[in-house]
Design a protein around this ligand. Structure first.
Ligand code: GLY
Ligand code: MN
Ligand code: MN
Length: 463
């Protein structure tokens, strides 16, 4: 949690961006796992957290732009709550700590909104991503829950995105706190990556580090020898010498800020020659991309340059042919790299994706491409100082995709299918770091985590 001034200033800045009406913020409630009294870990909505800093269920807030009033709606705990949850600080005091003096019972929210609507004033709300909050909007505003996202306020969402996209020094420090936990997670995971261990032993251990760090995982970890499946959450395999273990994981600091790191680790501590060649290709893609990052550069151009590096190396290795720039222009590289180079990161690991992925990552000048692979690029717009983003290239051998493209002879002038075919069982390699765009250049955030072939091999071998 930041100091009072931070929240006051954030709300004041937001209020200047939207012309008139009421800004409605719905906090997150508890979300049941398998019966109402057994909820998932509580997670406050990130925009609510950003502007109000209050992280508990049962809250909403309104900024009345015309009357300049800011109100938090919520209730103090009653005796029954105290018996089960223990005493809780009074809401009035919690609101005062974030600079809100007007606190009212939650039941008053509906009437305040109804009055606003009756006066012909716009109630701006953000696109709900939880069914409970879509249903709440329906009760408050009479908008059918299924259509609530369509009625969300673009003006409000864009103003929030513009503000949250630029990270303050305090926010960067929180992301680096999460990255310090990530560094400990990868140190342990690399040492554990020995033949005979199971994926789930490593997954469980690193999750424990996140919990012990005072936060939790920022998203379900990928800990898999099948790194070619991009979001593989199965942890049931046992590892053998020579497997490649891909771990994509993030910690969430107590404040809610995330980290997002990927390393690919040779089980037993030695890459074989082909693994090393492909690993160094991905590393070159990543380092080339990082070196290009600075204000004014579009992330799409960085993604495309990283893709060219892939095509250059794979031609050298004998898996592609032809001019790299031509291969990338027609999308041939996406057989191996079918996802985007990265995304914004902050309070959400894919920051603000609930508000609209395209509004976060694209602008009036950079439009989303429909081309396979490039279409998955979440961040393409021009970068600005203060952006925090991930740089996460990868190379994957996805048997089903290879089969489909080979059958269709897709981009056969660039892809040597007869050789690619032999690598169906290779798996996948991804390397991911989180970076801050500086006025001049870029800074890789957090403590260094072993990344070169020599560093990763040494970390597995305990040197
Ligand atoms: N952890 C998902 C991602 O890297 O985007
Ligand atoms: Mn990741
Ligand atoms: Mn990521």
């Amino acid at each position: 949690m930041f100091d009072k001034k931070t929240y006051v200033q954030r709300r004041a800045k937001l209020a200047r961006q939207v012309k008139s009406g009421l800004l409605l913020f719905l906090g997150n409630g508890e979300s049941p796992m398998n019966y109402p009294a057994n909820p998932y870990h509580y997670r406050q909505d990130s925009t609510f957290l950003y502007f109000f800093g209050l992280s508990h269920p049962g809250l909403a807030a309104v900024i009345d732009l015309d009357e300049g009033r800011q109100t938090v709606f919520g209730d103090d705990v009653d005796m029954e709550d105290i018996i089960w949850m223990g005493p809780q600080p009074a809401l009035k005091g919690r609101c005062a700590r974030v600079g809100v003096s007007d606190q009212r019972p939650l039941v008053d929210l509906a009437a305040v909104l109804r009055d606003g609507v009756r006066q012909g004033r716009r109630v701006h709300f953000l696109p709900p991503y939880r069914a409970e909050n879509a249903a709440w909007l329906e009760r408050l505003l009479g908008i059918r829950a299924e259509t609530a996202r369509d009625h969300a306020s673009a003006e409000f969402a864009r103003a929030v995105i513009a503000q949250r996209s630029l990270k303050s020094a305090g926010e960067v420090a929180e992301i680096e706190a999460a990255l310090a936990v990530s560094a400990a997670m990868y140190r342990e995971a690399m040492a554990m990556a020995q033949p005979g261990i199971s994926e789930r032993e490593i997954a469980g251990f690193i999750e424990g580090i996140a919990l012990a760090g005072g936060g939790r995982m920022a998203f379900p970890a990928i800990v898999s020898k099948h790194g070619e499946t991009l979001h593989n959450h199965f942890h049931g395999n046992r590892l053998a010498e020579g497997d490649l273990l891909l771990i994509d994981s993030g910690a969430e600091a107590e404040s809610g800020y995330a980290s997002d790191i990927t390393r690919t680790i040779p089980v037993g501590g030695r890459f074989n020659p082909l693994q090393k060649d492909i690993y160094e290709t991905v590393l070159d893609m990543q380092l080339t991309a990082i070196a290009m990052i600075r204000p004014g550069v579009s992330y799409r151009s960085v993604h495309l340059r990283a893709s060219e590096v892939l095509a250059e190396h794979l031609a050298h290795i004998g898996l592609m042919r032809g001019r790299a720039a031509d291969a990338v222009a027609c999308g041939a590289h996406a057989l191996f790299f079918p996802h985007g180079l990265g995304h914004m990161m902050g309070l959400d690991v894919h920051d603000m994706e609930d508000l609209g992925e395209t509004w976060v990552g694209y602008d009036d000048k950079v439009k989303r491409s429909p081309q396979f692979g490039l279409a998955y690029l979440r961040l393409a717009r021009k970068l600005e100082a203060g952006h925090v983003l991930t740089v996460e290239p990868g190379i994957y051998f996805i048997p089903a995709l290879i089969d489909q493209w080979r059958r269709e002879r897709r981009h056969a002038e660039f892809i040597r299918y007869e050789r690619v075919e032999k690598l169906r069982a290779f798996g996948g390699i991804r390397i991911e770091d989180d970076v801050l765009v500086l006025k001049r250049g870029v800074r890789v955030l957090g403590p260094a985590i072993p990344k070169s072939v020599a560093e990763v091999e040494a970390a597995v071998r305990g040197r």
